[in-house]
Every structure is written in C-alpha cells, then in structure tokens.
Design a protein around this ligand. Structure first.
Ligand SMILES: [Zn+2]
Length: 243
C-alpha cells in the first residue's frame, strides 16, 4: 500500500505525518487560493472539489486512519462522493498563471505595463498608448522600441514635442505601472508557484505582491480597490510564511 494512494496528502501539500492543525492550515490556504475572486475568468471548481474531498477525509481522524491503513476513507459509512477511483488520477490543484503577451512565458516578474509612443506628422502628432502584461525582458524591449520611435519621430511638431517629452520621461522610468492590476498579477503568480511547489518563485512574486498591496493601501485608490488589496493581503502573507 502506497502511503498516499489517492493523493490526499499531496493535494493538501502536507506530509503524511502532518498534524490536524497543519492539515487545517494547508486547507485554508488552498481554499483561499482557489477562491473564484482570485481566479476570475477560469473555473477552479474542480480543483477546489478535489482539495475539499481530501480535507474531508484527512480532517476526520477516523476516516484518515482508515485511509492510511487501507487506502480508502470508508469506515462504516460509505461516502457518496467517493465512488470509483477518481482522486488518484486527479491532478493537483492549480491556478492558471498569467503569461507574457509577447513571448508567452510564465514568470514571477510579470508586470502590467502601459507606455506611450508618439509619432508626429508635420501638422500634428499621434500618441499611442500600449499596454499589456509583459515579462521583464519583453517589457524592456517594448519600452526601448517605443522610446526609439518616439525619439526619432515624436519631435517634428509642437504638440508632438510636448507629448514626446512626457512619453519619454515616463517610458524611461518603466512605463506606468498600475499597482492594483500588478497586485492581482503577482498574487496569482505567487499562488501558482506555491501550488507547484516552486517556492523560490512563489516568494519572489509574493514579495512584489506585498509591495503593490502597500502601494494600494497608501495611495489615492477608491474603497473597492482598497478592499481588494485587503482581501489579497492574507493570501500573500500566507505564501510568504510557507514558501
Ligand atoms: Zn516575454
């Protein structure tokens, strides 16, 4: 008998020797991470159900003992939800990470960046705002390109000169980084890496997320935005504590 035939311990990311308290904490962290609010636009129901099922067994000393002994949580009372051998094939819970729009990579350092490119004509100028989620490398390529175009073609008219000076100044300081969007991105990346057991990347993303959360708490954000930052805060702290 393998130590964890249905992968319940693996799902909760605890050792088979974990205490009830550890199991409870692990479940609470995962349940938060899989909350629909944190995973807008994707369905985490299945992953959550798997975690919930694992927790249902491991948090019940009798079922846990039966599971450890026989590989099945059945004690005297059969559980309706555990028909067949589904959980052993169940993939561990996961969240879909953000990816770089240019190269498609997953990185703990992804950022939402907005930058401006100015092209001037004889009688006017055209300003393009470009935004997206980029990895560090692609962001710097994009910013360099925008600054070169603005530098070369942005100066040919009076409004162009004003826009260009502004755009260049902003691009060279890294574009306009938006705290709240980046807070969402970094938190998502942190949870993604945490669930995969890639703790170094989880820490990197969570550390940045904490910084963005502080930015939102201290800035001129509205109540809904500040509330969102407060919601994400415990998840970030949990990752930082455990990663
Ligand atoms: Zn990239």
């Amino acid at each position: 008998m393998s130590a964890d035939p249905r992968g319940y311990y693996r799902l909760l990311r605890v050792p088979t020797t974990a205490s009830q308290e550890q199991i409870k904490q692990a479940f609470r962290a995962l349940a938060k991470a899989l909350h629909p609010d944190l995973n807008r636009g994707q369905d985490t129901t299945q992953a959550f159900q798997a975690v919930n099922e694992a927790y249902g067994v491991l948090s019940d000393p009798a079922q846990r003992a039966a599971y450890d002994r026989t590989g099945s949580p059945e004690t005297s009372m059969p559980r309706a939800s555990s028909t067949g051998s589904r959980p052993s094939a169940e993939p561990p819970p996961t969240v879909e990470p953000y990816t770089c729009v240019d190269c498609g990579c997953v990185s703990p350092k992804l950022r939402h960046i907005k930058y401006t490119q100015v092209v001037s004509y004889i009688i006017g100028s055209h300003r393009t705002n470009i935004w997206g989620v980029f990895c560090e490398e692609c962001a710097s390529k994009r910013l360099t390109k925008a600054s070169l175009i603005t530098g070369a073609f942005g100066w040919m008219s009076v409004p162009g000169m004003l826009f260009s000076a502004h755009a260049l100044g902003r691009n060279l300081t890294g574009g306009e980084k938006q705290n709240l969007i980046n807070l969402e991105i970094c938190t998502r990346q942190a949870v993604y890496y945490f669930l995969r057991g890639e703790m170094r990347n989880a820490r990197i993303a969570a550390t940045d997320a904490r910084e963005f959360a502080q930015g939102v708490a201290g800035g001129w954000w509205n109540d809904a935005e500040k509330r969102r930052a407060r919601e994400l805060r415990p998840i970030i702290e949990e990752v930082l504590q455990k990663a």
